[in-house]
Design a binder for this molecule. Structure first.
Ligand SMILES: [Zn+2]
Length: 349
């Protein structure tokens, strides 16, 4: 699966580098020839691709539409018809990636969104069960700027924010006023340990981060754990409890704004001890998903980014329920799609 993906990315990459347009997320292959390139006339290639498709010449249709989406990655029609042409040409890898991009770029219930989701339903034999989901926050696609990667992550060993910012007290209204403190090392010296935090949970939270290592391996994103919170882009704090949540992620779109995650330490005594690190790991993995820019929730309960993953619900009669199986193919598809197109807002430092 990775090899065809690389091929597709390389194709996109070469085209993007020639255009010098939105090449930042594909900037890993240096090319000296790329410098004096003209912007792509995406419309010309779109029309040529569309015409080729009407002639049932799917090879040329895909070729033209790949150039069109490289020139205008946020043009929904270009992505959609690339998906169709690729599928007719039996290139389901390209097709599902293009259709995943359509899903995340379009409002739920819109024509393109419905058609793209229908494509996934109709193509289960070729690509398996896949159901990408929306990732927008307030109608905007948000993600890290690839030029500042690796994204720096720090998990504090049980530090709790001051009471006015801790747990539910940290509202989005207050979040900007917390920001200036987060870059100051003396701020962290004043923070206390969260009640109920256990030393093992540091490793458990990092275990949640590990669920995203496939994204590093594929080059979708790069992150590294840094030794101090003040140098991090994403900081994990702890709080005893929040109403109806076991974790929460906060980000604002101002330049240099750090992403804050709060994980809850307090769990019912009814839970067996062995299960607690797993719950912490699951919640942390979900919150890291938000921190990468998967800002909305999946409607599919099996996905890591389902809202169920940040509410601890266990069914004791029949064993443990609502436990995450980790990152699913849907989660992977939407993260790839998000990092293949320019967002509305870049997270940066
Ligand atoms: Zn969530």
């Amino acid at each position: 699966m990775i090899a065809p993906l690389r091929n597709l990315l390389n194709t996109l990459l070469i085209v993007l580098l020639i255009t010098s347009s939105v090449s930042e997320s594909f900037a890993r292959v240096p090319s000296k020839k790329a410098k004096a390139a003209e912007p792509i006339d995406w419309r010309k290639h779109f029309d040529a691709g569309y015409a080729a498709m009407n002639r049932r010449d799917y090879v040329n249709a895909k070729k033209e539409l790949l150039i069109a989406v490289a020139g205008a990655p946020r043009e929904v029609a270009a992505q959609y018809y690339l998906g169709i042409a690729a599928a007719y040409g039996n290139d389901y890898q390209t097709a599902q990636q293009a259709m995943s991009r359509v899903v995340i770029m379009t409002p739920t219930g819109s024509e393109y969104n419905k058609n793209a989701l229908q494509f996934f339903k109709n193509s289960q034999r070729q690509i398996g069960i896949l159901q990408p989901y929306p990732v927008e926050a307030d109608g905007k696609l948000i993600r890290w700027d690839s030029r500042i990667m690796p994204i720096r992550v720090h998990v504090t060993q049980g530090l709790q924010l001051p009471s006015e910012f801790s747990g539910d007290a940290l509202t989005m209204d207050k979040f900007p006023s917390l920001q200036p403190y987060l870059s100051r090392s003396d701020f962290y010296k004043r923070l206390g340990q969260c009640q109920g935090y256990e030393p093992d949970w540091y490793g458990a939270a990092l275990g949640g981060l590990q669920q995203w290592k496939w994204a590093m391996a594929e080059g979708v994103l790069k992150y590294q754990v840094v030794p101090t919170p003040q140098q991090a882009d994403i900081i994990v704090f702890w709080c005893p409890a929040m109403v109806n949540l076991s974790g929460r992620t906060y980000f604002s779109t101002g330049v240099g704004s750090k992403v804050v995650v709060q994980l809850c330490s307090k769990m019912s005594d009814a839970f067996p001890k062995w299960i607690k690190p797993t719950l912490i790991s699951n919640t942390a993995a979900h919150e890291f998903g938000h921190a990468w820019g998967l800002a909305a929730h999946s409607p599919n309960i099996k996905d890591l980014m389902s809202p169920e993953r940040e509410t601890i619900i266990l069914h004791y009669s029949g064993g443990v329920g609502h436990m995450s199986a980790g990152v699913t193919a849907n989660d992977c598809a939407v993260l790839r799609a998000l990092y293949q197109i320019p967002p509305d807002v870049y997270l940066t430092r």
